[in-house]
Design a protein around this ligand. Sequence first.
Ligand SMILES: NC(=O)C1=CN([C@@H]2O[C@H](COP(=O)(O)OP(=O)(O)OC[C@H]3O[C@@H](n4cnc5c(N)ncnc54)[C@H](OP(=O)(O)O)[C@@H]3O)[C@@H](O)[C@H]2O)C=CC1
Ligand SMILES: CC(=O)N[C@@H](CCC(=O)OP(=O)(O)O)C(=O)O
Length: 347
Amino acid sequence: MKKIAIVGISGYSGLELLRLLHGHSEVEIDGVYGTSNIGTSLTSIFPKLAFFPEYASLTIKAFSASEIMATSDLVFFATPAGIASELARELILADFPVIDLSGDFRLQDVNQYEKWYKKSAIHSDLLSKADYLLADFDTPQQNYISNPGCYATGTLLSLAPLYQSKVDLIAYDSVIVDAKSGLSGAGKKLTDSSHFVNVNENVSMYKLNQHQHIPEIFNKLKSWQNQTLPIQFTTSLIPVNRGIFVSSYAKLAKNITFEQVVSAYHELYDDKYFVRVFDQGHLPDLHQVVGTNFTDIGLDYNPLTNTLTVVTVIDNLVKGAAGQAIQNMNHFFGFDEKAGLDLVPIF
Ligand SMILES: NC(=O)C1=CN([C@@H]2O[C@H](COP(=O)(O)OP(=O)(O)OC[C@H]3O[C@@H](n4cnc5c(N)ncnc54)[C@H](OP(=O)(O)O)[C@@H]3O)[C@@H](O)[C@H]2O)C=CC1
Ligand SMILES: CC(=O)N[C@@H](CCC(=O)OP(=O)(O)O)C(=O)O
């Protein structure tokens, strides 16, 4: 039984890690960390956990790298941007296993990080110890795993067959991605833009052309396809708790048929349990995946405009955060990839 520590336990992704790890037979949570309610038992802050005896002994503690290294086998950082890069230094130097849900180690270029996250980057010597792992494609080589961003996960899985194909399927200068997220993507902290009255019965576009996931998406596409050009990427807030709905559009390359594109999606994904390509004529919606680690994809083509539409849905807290982090952990420890993650959606 591997022992797991979670830093940022009281946040949305921290609690989602706990919920999913609860159903994992090969791990147990032995340490939970935060900055508020230090010394308070987890079950008194979250009474819904009080009926589960395994959490009775967990008390929220101030972060201690040495304690985590002495008691746990792996630590998840479910903390806001700028925290893991400060706290994880000692863990990286000791080569202790870390899975970081934040964006701190996703960009290997420090200038790119500072430009898009508007924070100081960690030193590039330490950055290079991290692997950016899109769990359906990548496997761990090092002990620091940088989990992709939620929008980046939905977008990359939406576009991967188009960018991994040996034949050019699309015009690379024609790609437009319109992504929409539920409110839990913004974390637990209350802001004006995430206030119920502002979000309920409303839709708003935000961070237009400035979203911090743009460079992470571009870097990964470029690693698959050298001809990659910048894509047009927009993000909107929709009044649901969970879910990311990604609509991707691209013009097909000359002499490419829609059937070839559909085959490319099936070829890449049919053996991947967590990515499901729908039959033609069917498009996924958020309820297909909420509460699960699945990515569902539907395809359509308009011959009048020569435009391919790819509809991709994920749960931002599962596939976009805690679920993908556990999928990466399963690969890291050599567990069954589905362990703790074989879930049916919430209806
Ligand atoms: N929400 C989502 O859908 C997704 C989130 N992410 C990323 O995951 C990370 C966590 O996101 P999310 O769960 O939404 O965030 P939340 O704001 O909901 O929670 C953040 C948590 O971090 C804790 N924390 C803050 N500073 C420290 C510190 N110095 N030491 C220990 N704990 C600290 C907070 O606890 P306390 O109050 O005790 O300080 C809080 O519980 C972020 O980097 C986010 O960008 C990635 C993909 C999707
Ligand atoms: C709805 C909403 O506000 N979503 C957040 C996603 C946060 C996130 O996952 O960003 P990092 O992992 O890069 O920190 C946003 O758009 O910034």
